[in-house]
Design a protein around this ligand. Structure first.
Ligand SMILES: [Zn+2]
Length: 431
């Protein structure tokens, strides 16, 4: 059985930057290891080179647990101090594209599977291990393909995937997180129309750009309604307690609490803010063609993220409070939020195993992600999905910022913690 670090280094050296992906490299590598260990497995190629890998251990009983991680990575960009595909190890760290997202988790899941296979413990169910292609570009050749063409092979009682926040230490208390939901996306397009004329006599026309400027100015004053999903209310309540605040967290005092958390850890606090409301961010404006022509059209693209319980109708209603009737609103791209309850035996088991591997003194809290992973498709297919981000608290506080950035790295103790957690979870659930 290959060592955990070696698996990760091997995976880093397989270039699966998406596009083009070429995840078949990882799929074949995983197949070689699972074949050698006598674990039933197969490669499902959604398109040439777009390999997904599926393995299954144990057929003893009805329980099914799914470990899912993606094998593609984002482009590397400039400015690396080492080879992004070298898998270099320096001290306690392994460097390379994908160490944190998501080949570290992939290596840990495979390692847990191999360990269980080696121990030959009779399982009261199956551990299904899936390495998906194409997560970074929407999953068409990955999870969506699998759910469409071989749904029964990934069907499980629940899934463990990426997506959880990494642990946070707040005033000496340590918090681990499980992602129970992902915000939805409503990509909005605003259109302002006017009447073109010569720029030397602007009053003859009707300027679409100034109309749009007024609309965006109004949107900048948008104050989102605060909505506390019960899981997030619980999360904030626990954080308030850690800060020594004697209050019951409500929509009314949420911002007060967030302002205090900003002083402790700004990145964390802003991600909490995004968990409590719809966000509206106008990110692209295009209008006009020439300096001496009054523009008759201006377009703005607005990135809107919505919480579980909010939908397209909600988005339209909210924006209409700020935009004049003259502004046309289209939603060319919409993806609903997804959610898996924390009030489930699966979630309770995740919390229990975390305490086993990280210590009784740590707390596990549920969380919603501002962005999305393959979990959204699992949840839509009826498979509860939980995102983990387990690392050794405080070992490498800067590590998180290397995700999707340069010099991406993971520390080996965190890699081991992931693998130990996954091993114990599968053992506890399946035997
Ligand atoms: Zn990822």
């Amino acid at each position: 059985m290959p060592a955990l670090e070696k698996i990760l280094v091997d995976l880093i050296r397989l270039d699966t930057v998406n596009p083009p992906g070429n995840e078949i490299l990882v799929a074949r590598y995983l197949k070689g290891i699972c074949d050698a260990a006598g674990i039933e497995n197969e490669i499902v190629e959604a398109a040439p080179g777009r390999g997904n890998f599926l393995a299954r251990l144990g057929r003893g009983g009805p329980r099914r647990l799914l470990y899912l991680a993606h094998s593609d990575v984002v482009p590397v960009g400039e400015g690396w101090a080492c080879d992004p595909f070298g898998g270099e190890q320096h001290g306690s760290f392994i460097y390379g594209r994908g160490t944190r997202d998501c080949k570290g988790l992939l290596a840990a899941q495979l390692h847990a599977l191999l360990r269980l296979a080696r121990e030959k413990i009779p399982l009261g169910g199956s551990l299904i291990f899936v390495a998906t292609a194409d997560e970074e570009r929407g999953g068409k050749y990955g999870i969506r393909h699998l759910l469409k063409h071989c749904r029964d092979k990934v069907q499980a009682d629940f899934a463990v995937n990426e997506g959880g926040e990494e642990p946070v230490i707040l005033r000496g208390r340590t918090f681990f997180f499980f992602q129970v939901g992902e915000k939805g996306t409503a990509a909005c397009r605003l259109l302002a129309r006017g009447v073109a004329c010569h720029g030397s006599m602007p009053t003859l026309g009707d300027n679409a750009v100034t109309k749009m400027a007024a609309a965006l100015h109004a949107l900048a004053s948008y104050r989102a309604e605060i909505k506390l999903v019960p899981e997030v209310q619980f999360l904030l309540q626990e954080l308030a307690r850690a800060l020594g605040l004697e209050l019951t967290v409500t929509a009314e005092n949420t911002d007060l609490l967030l302002e205090k958390l900003v002083l402790e850890d700004r990145g964390f606090a802003e991600s909490l803010r995004a968990m409590t409301r719809m966000t509206v961010s106008p990110n692209v404006v295009q209008g006009g063609s020439k300096r001496n022509v009054v523009p008759d059209l201006c377009r703005a693209e607005v990135d809107i993220r919505i919480l579980p319980g909010q939908d397209e109708t909600y988005v339209r209603r909210e924006l209409s409070r700020y935009l004049s009737r003259e502004i046309e609103l289209e939603i060319p791209n919409y993806h609903a939020p997804t959610f898996s309850s924390a009030a489930s035996p699966y979630y309770r088991l995740l919390v229990e195993i975390t305490a086993l591997v990280a210590g009784r003194e740590v707390s596990s809290l549920p969380q919603i992600s501002p962005g999305a992973t393959d979990s959204r498709y699992l949840r839509e297919a009826g498979i509860p999905s939980y995102g983990m981000g387990h690392t050794v608290p405080g070992f490498d506080p800067e590590g998180r910022s290397t995700l999707h950035g340069r010099n991406e790295r993971i520390d080996i103790p965190s890699l081991q913690l992931k693998a130990e957690f996954l091993y114990r979870l599968a053992r506890a659930y399946l035997s």
